[in-house]
Design a protein around this ligand. Structure first.
Ligand SMILES: Nc1ncnc2c1ncn2[C@@H]1O[C@H](COP(=O)(O)OP(=O)(O)O)[C@@H](O)[C@H]1O
Ligand SMILES: [Mg+2]
Length: 534
C-alpha cells in the first residue's frame, strides 16, 4: 500500500488545461466538494467559468506551473501539450498525476509507439520519420496507403496527412459516414457468433501482445534502392507526398500503414496511488474525417474480444504504474486482431457517455484516482451514446425561419411522424436573429475568482487553430446560426452538454448530446436523431 495520503473534499486540485475535459472534471470535482485551479493559455477557456482560479500561462511556462502547484494539493492534466519542464516544476510543490515520466512517453507519438512495441503491446506497422526522404522511404516500406502524423501536438486528426487514398472514394475502414447505423455493421457488432469470437493472433506469437514485425527495422535495401522502388511502384504523386509532409508539420512524425478496420473501440482504465485498478467497459467509437462523431457505452462486442481489450488496457496501465486515468484507443482489424492506436492519460471524448452510462463517470473517477480515494464502480447502469457537436452545426446555412428578424416566431408544424417530433414541433420559440448570433452565450457568467486578465473572454487562436488550413483562417466568417436545441431536447432520453466556447469553427468541439436507451443501438439512434433535428 502506498504512503500517499488521501486528499479529502476541501482539498484543491490543479489541472493543466482548461478545455472541455478540464471543465467537466472541474464540475465533477466541485460536486464532491473540491476546489479547482486550472492553468491554460486562454483566459476564456471552457473551465474558466466553473473553477476557483484560472492561471493564464503558456504550456511551457514552468514558473507559472509552479505557482499553480503551490496553491494545490495535487496536480493532474487534461491535455498532453503541457511541457515536461512545467510538470517537473509543479512536482516540487504537489504530486503530479499522471507522472512526468508517463507523459513524456505519451506526448510524443514516436516515443509512445516505440514504448508500446518495446513492451510487447500490439501496434500496426509504423515508421518514425524526420525528413521528406524518410517519409518517402516509410511510405514505400509500408506499402502506399498511410497516415502521416506529427510526433507532437496533433489532435482530432490535425497534424495528420493521408497518402494513397487519392482517386478512391474508399475510406480506410468501413464505418458508416452518414448519421445512420449500417444494419450489417450493427449485426456484426452485436452477433456473438461473428468472427471476433475467436480473435486470431499472428502465428508463432510468444507474447499475447507480440507486435507485427514490420515496424521493427527497415528492410535491408539501401536508400537508393528504396527510391528506385518508389519511382517504379508508387501511385503517390510528389504533390501528395509534400502535402503529407506539410500536414505533419515538416518535422518529426510517425507514418502508419492504414489499417483495414472493422471498428474502433476504446477502454478507459483508472489506477490510484494505492494501486487499485478499475477498467471500464469498452466504448464503440465512430469517426468522421478523423474526428470522433459518436460513441456508445457499452460497445456491443463478443465477450472474448471485450475481455482481451480490457486486459490489454489494464496491462498498459500497470506497466506505466499509472496514477490517474488512461484511455486506450484500439483498432479492431478486419481479421479480428486488436491493435493499440494511441494512448491518452486523461479524460477522453469517447467516455463522455460514462457520465450517464456508468456508476462512476470518467471525471469523478479521475478525481477519486488523483486524490487516492477508493475508486468507483465502472459498471454500466444504462446504455448511453454521445454525438459531438462541432462548429459546423453553428456554421451551416441557417434555415429560412431562423434568419428572419422578427421575434419570437413559431416553427411550422412538421409532417414527421415520430413521437419526439410530434412533441417538439407545434409552438417552439426561436430566438430573434440578434439573439441567435452566437457571439457568446447570452448569459455568460464570469467567475469572480478568475484571474483572467481579459474582460471579454475569448479563446485565443492558439492551440486549437495550429493546424487550421490557411484557407479556413483567411475566409470571411459566416454569422453563426442558433441550433434548434429545443427540438433535440424533446427527444426522449437526450441531454445537452455545451462547453461555453465562444466562437464556432469548423472541426471545433463545441459540445455534445447524450442519449440513454434500453440498448446501445437505441441510444445511438436517439442521439443521432436528436442531432439531426438541430
Ligand atoms: N493507421 C491507421 N489506420 C486506419 N485509420 C487510422 C489510422 N490512424 C488513424 N486513423 C483514423 O484517424 C483517427 C484519428 O487518428 P489518431 O491517431 O487517433 O489521432 P488523433 O490524435 O487526432 O485522435 C483514428 O481514430 C482513425 O479513425
Ligand atoms: Mg485518437
Amino acid at each position: 500500500m502506498s504512503q500517499s495520503p488521501t486528499l479529502l473534499p476541501g482539498a484543491t486540485i490543479g489541472i493543466f488545461g482548461g478545455g472541455q475535459l478540464g471543465r467537466l472534471t472541474a464540475m465533477a470535482a466541485r460536486t464532491m466538494g473540491y476546489r479547482i485551479h486550472v492553468l491554460d493559455p486562454d483566459p476564456g477557456c471552457p473551465a474558466r467559468f466553473v473553477v476557483d482560479q484560472c492561471v493564464e500561462a503558456a504550456w511551457d511556462d514552468a514558473r507559472e506551473a509552479a505557482r499553480l502547484a503551490r496553491g494545490c494539493d495535487v496536480i493532474t492534466l487534461e491535455i498532453e501539450q503541457i511541457s515536461l519542464a512545467s510538470m517537473n516544476a509543479a512536482g516540487s510543490f504537489a504530486p503530479v498525476r499522471p507522472s512526468e515520466l508517463m507523459l513524456g512517453i505519451i506526448q510524443d507519438r514516436i516515443e509512445q509507439k516505440n514504448w508500446l512495441a518495446r513492451n510487447g503491446f500490439p501496434v500496426g506497422p509504423f515508421r518514425a520519420v524526420r525528413s521528406l526522404d524518410e517519409l518517402r522511404e516509410a511510405i514505400t516500406v509500408l506499402g502506399g496507403k498511410c497516415f502521416c502524423k506529427s510526433a507532437t501536438g496533433g489532435y482530432d486528426g490535425r497534424g495528420q496527412g493521408k497518402v494513397g487514398f487519392r482517386n478512391t472514394s474508399e475510406s480506410p475502414h468501413s464505418v458508416p459516414h452518414s448519421s445512420q447505423l449500417h444494419r450489417d455493421e450493427w449485426d456484426r457488432a452485436t452477433n456473438p457468433d461473428a468472427r471476433h469470437s475467436e480473435p486470431q493472433r499472428s502465428a508463432g506469437s510468444e507474447s499475447p501482445y507480440l507486435p507485427p514485425s514490420s515496424h521493427e527495422s527497415v528492410p535491408h535495401s539501401s536508400r537508393a534502392s528504396l527510391r528506385d522502388e518508389w519511382d517504379r511502384t508508387t501511385t503517390i504523386t510528389e504533390d501528395e507526398l509534400r502535402g503529407a509532409w506539410e500536414a505533419l508539420g515538416q518535422g518529426p512524425g510517425i507514418v502508419e500503414q492504414a489499417i483495414e478496420l472493422d471498428r474502433e473501440i476504446s477502454i478507459l482504465v483508472a489506477r490510484s496511488p494505492r494501486g487499485e485498478v478499475k477498467v471500464y467497459p469498452a466504448a464503440w467509437n465512430h469517426h468522421e474525417d478523423q474526428i470522433l462523431a459518436w460513441s456508445v457505452i457499452p460497445a456491443p462486442l463478443p465477450e472474448a474480444l471485450a475481455k482481451e481489450a480490457r486486459e490489454l488496457a489494464s496491462s498498459i496501465a500497470d506497466t506505466f504504474s499509472l496514477e490517474g486515468i488512461l484511455a486506450v484507443e484500439l483498432f479492431v482489424t478486419k481479421d479480428g486482431r486488436i491493435l493499440v492506436n494511441e494512448l491518452a492519460p486523461r479524460p477522453h471524448n469517447s467516455y463522455h457517455a460514462s457520465e450517464r452510462a456508468c456508476v462512476t463517470s470518467q471525471f469523478e473517477q479521475l478525481v477519486r484516482a488523483v486524490c487516492n480515494l477508493p475508486l468507483g464502480s465502472p459498471d454500466v447502469v444504462q446504455p448511453c451514446a454521445i454525438a459531438n457537436l462541432l462548429g459546423e452545426v453553428w456554421l451551416q446555412p441557417a434555415e429560412p425561419q431562423t434568419t428572419l428578424p422578427e421575434s419570437p416566431r413559431t416553427v411550422p408544424h412538421s409532417s414527421r411522424s415520430d413521437e419526439w417530433d410530434r412533441a417538439t414541433t407545434p409552438t417552439a420559440v426561436i430566438p430573434s436573429e440578434r439573439e441567435a448570433r452566437v457571439e457568446g452565450p447570452p448569459h455568460l457568467p464570469l467567475s469572480g475568482h478568475s484571474s483572467a486578465r481579459h474582460s471579454e473572454p475569448q479563446r485565443s487562436e492558439g492551440s486549437e487553430s495550429r493546424y487550421l488550413p490557411s484557407s479556413e483562417v483567411a475566409t470571411a466568417k459566416p454569422t453563426p446560426r442558433a441550433p434548434h436545441f429545443d427540438r433535440a431536447l424533446a427527444v426522449p432520453g437526450v441531454r445537452l452538454h455545451l462547453y461555453e466556447k465562444l466562437r464556432p469553427r469548423k472541426g471545433r468541439k463545441m459540445g455534445h448530446l447524450s442519449a440513454v436507451g434500453s440498448t446501445p443501438e437505441e441510444a445511438v439512434e436517439l442521439v443521432l436523431k436528436a442531432k439531426s433535428l438541430l
